[in-house]
Design a protein around this ligand. Structure first.
Ligand code: MLC
Ligand code: AMP
Length: 476
C-alpha cells in the first residue's frame, strides 16, 4: 500500500502540524524498529506503549509491529498498582512512554522515552516477518474478578478486524479521518489508526479531545470521517458547531450506547444519521449500522463481513469470527490461554444482552455489572476492593448512575463500621485512597453512606435498588 503511493500523506500530527507521507512512514518506522532493536527489543518481546496520541505514538506502534514485538497499550492515567498488575500478567520487559518515570518497575535501561524516530543509516533488522498466528497486542480489559485481564490479539485478528471495517465502511485512500481517541484502546489504536493504515487513507491525530479544535481540524483537512465515543459527540453538540461537520461522509459513534436524543441531534445538525458500531477489545468490531442503508437510533447494526452473531437463550450476544481473540492470559507461566467466556462450540459470549430488530442488533443491557463512563470500562469489584481497605468501611458496592454527559458515572455506596462516622475528612480520605490506587475515571464521583447494602435471598447485592436510590449523600 505504502509502496503504491509513497507521496500520499497518511498521518498528520494536529498539534505540531507535521505530516507524514507513506514513503516517509515506511522508512521512519524501519529506522524506529532498528533503534528499538538496538535498545534490546526483539521479536516476541512484550512492550508497553503508554502515551497520548501523536505521530510519535503512531510510529512507535507501527515500528513495534514491524519488529514482531507484542504491543501492550496502557492508559496514561494508570496508577503504579495498575501498572504492576499489567507487568506481572503480561511479562512486559520494556516500556515506551513520554513519561518514563511512571515505569520504574521495569529496569531503567528498558524504559525508552517516546520520540519521533530520527533518520538512521540503514535498517539492520528483519522487518515484517510476523505471521497471522503471532501475537500483535495484549490489551487489558477491566475484569469481573477485580483485576484487568490480558487479552492477546494476533496479527490475524487485527487484520481481519480492520479489513472488515474497510469493506463495511467503504473506507478508501481518499478518506481523511480526524481522531482524538486515546491510542491505548481498541477504538483509537486499532479502529482509527490500524483501520486507516489498512484503508490507505489519512489520519489526523489530536493529542487530546477538544470539541472546537476537532471541528477546526475537520474543516482544515476536508475530513470525511470522525470517530468518537458518545461523550465526545455530546461535547461536540454542546459546542454548537456540529452543523459544521455536514460534509463528513461518516460520523461514527461507538464504545458505549448512543442515546437516541443525541443520535437525533447529530442527524439534524449534519443532515445524515450517525453510524453506530459495536465492538469489544476481545473481538474488534462486531457490527455496524449500514453505510448505504437506513440507520436507526438505538440499533448497532449488522455483523461485519466475516463476523457471525447469535443470541443465546439467556439473551447474551455470542460471536464467532477471525477477529475474535483466542482466550485470556492466565497468571500461571504457561502459553495456554484461559477460554473463560467461550461456549463449548467455540463462540465468545460478549456479556451484552441483545435482541434482533429486523436485520439490526439492539443492545438492551449487560449480563455483567460493567460500568461504561465516557467510553472507559469500570468493573465495580476493582473499586469495591479498594474501598474495603479503608478501616471505616465495613462494606461497599459500586454502580453506574445514568448521566447525560458521561453515559454513566461511578457511584459508591458504603456501609460504615459500627464505631465509625463519615465527615468531610473521611470523604477526603476515601477520595485520596481511590485516586492513589485507581485511574481517575474509575474513582467514584459520589459516595453515599447507607445503613446496609440491599441484598437478595442469595446474598447478592441488588444493584438496581442502589441505582434507583441515586446519590444519597456526600456528592462531591
Ligand atoms: C476523563 N475523566 C473521566 C473520563 N475521562 N471520568 C470518567 N470517565 C471518563 N471517561 C475525568 C478526568 O480524569 C477529570 O478528573 C475529569 O473527568 C474531567 O476531565 P476532562 O478534561 O473533562 O475529560 P477529558 O480528558 O476531556 O476526557 C473525556 C473524554 C475521554 C471523553 C475525551 O474520557 C476519552 O477520551 N474517552 C474515550 C475512551 C475510549 O477511547 N474508549 C474506547 C475503549 S475501546 P478530575 O478528577 O481531574 O476532575 C472499546 C471497544 C469499542 O470500548 O467498541 O470501541
Ligand atoms: P471494551 O471492554 O472496552 O472493549 O468494551 C466493550 C463493551 O463496550 C461492549 O461489551 C459493550 O458493552 C460496549 N459497547 C461497545 N460499543 C457499543 C455500542 N455501540 N453501543 C453500546 N455499547 C457498546
Amino acid at each position: 500500500m505504502w509502496a503504491a503511493a509513497p507521496e500520499a500523506v497518511v498521518l498528520v500530527d494536529q498539534a505540531t502540524g507535521r505530516d507524514w507521507r507513506a514513503g516517509e512512514l515506511e522508512s521512519a518506522t524501519a529506522w524506529g524498529a532498528t533503534y528499538l532493536n538496538a535498545l534490546g527489543i526483539h521479536t516476541g518481546d512484550s512492550v508497553i506503549l503508554s502515551a497520548a496520541p501523536s505521530d510519535a505514538t503512531a510510529l512507535a506502534f507501527i515500528a513495534l509491529l514491524r519488529l514482531g514485538a507484542v504491543v501492550i497499550p496502557v492508559n496514561t492515567a494508570a496508577t503504579p498498582r495498575e501498572i504492576a498488575h499489567i507487568i506481572e500478567v503480561s511479562g512486559a520487559t520494556h516500556a515506551l512512554s513520554a513519561e518514563p518515570a511512571r515505569f520504574n518497575q521495569i529496569p531503567a535501561h528498558s524504559v525508552i522515552p517516546l520520540t519521533v524516530p530520527v533518520e538512521g543509516a540503514a535498517t539492520l533488522v528483519d522487518l515484517d516477518r510476523a505471521v497471522g498466528t503471532d501475537r500483535a497486542l495484549i490489551c487489558f480489559t477491566s475484569g469481573t474478578t477485580g483485576s484487568p485481564k490480558g487479552a492477546p490479539l494476533t496479527h490475524a485478528n487485527l487484520l481481519a478486524g480492520t479489513t472488515a471495517l474497510v469493506e463495511c465502511w467503504q473506507w478508501s485512500a481518499d478518506d481523511v479521518l480526524v481522531s482524538a481517541l486515546p491510542m491505548f484502546h481498541v477504538h483509537g489504536l486499532l479502529v482509527a489508526l490500524a483501520g486507516t493504515l489498512t484503508a490507505g487513507g489519512t489520519i489526523v491525530v489530536h493529542h487530546k479531545f477538544d470539541a472546537n479544535r476537532l471541528v477546526d481540524s475537520v474543516l482544515a483537512h476536508h475530513a470525511t470521517l470522525v470517530f468518537g465515543v458518545p461523550t465526545m459527540w455530546a461535547r461536540l453538540a454542546e459546542s454548537g458547531r456540529l452543523s459544521e461537520l455536514a460534509d463528513l461522509r461518516l460520523a461514527v459513534s461507538g464504545s458505549a450506547p448512543l442515546a437516541p436524543t443525541l443520535f437525533a441531534t447529530i442527524e439534524n445538525a449534519i443532515g445524515s444519521a450517525p453510524v453506530e458500531r459495536y465492538g469489544m477489545t476481545e473481538t474488534m468490531i462486531l457490527t455496524s449500522t449500514p453505510v448505504g442503508g437506513v440507520r436507526r437510533a438505538g440499533t448497532v447494526g449488522r455483523p461485519l463481513p466475516g463476523m457471525r452473531l447469535r443470541i443465546a437463550d439467556d439473551g447474551v450476544v455470542e460471536v464467532h469470527g477471525e477477529g475474535v481473540f483466542g482466550g485470556y492470559l492466565t497468571s500461571a507461566p504457561t502459553e495456554s490461554l484461559l477460554r473463560s467466556g467461550f461456549t463449548d462450540d467455540g463462540w465468545f459470549r460478549t456479556g451484552d444482552i441483545g435482541e434482533w430488530d429486523g436485520d439490526d442488533l439492539r443492545l438492551v443491557g449487560r449480563a455483567s455489572e460493567l460500568i461504561i463512563t465516557g467510553g472507559y470500562n469500570v468493573y465495580p469489584r476493582e473499586v469495591e476492593d479498594v474501598l474495603r481497605t479503608d478501616a471505616a468501611i465495613a462494606d461497599a458496592a459500586v454502580v453506574g448512575l445514568s448521566d447525560d454527559a458521561w453515559g454513566e458515572t461511578v457511584a459508591a455506596f458504603v456501609v460504615l463500621e459500627s464505631d465509625s462516622m463519615a465527615d468531610a475528612e473521611t470523604l477526603e480520605r476515601w477520595e485520596s485512597l481511590c485516586s492513589e490506587q485507581l485511574a481517575p475515571y474509575k474513582c467514584p464521583r459520589s459516595f453515599s453512606v447507607i445503613d446496609e447494602l440491599p441484598r437478595n435471598a442469595m446474598g447478592k447485592v441488588k444493584r438496581d435498588d442502589l441505582r434507583a436510590r441515586g446519590v444519597v449523600r456526600g456528592e462531591r
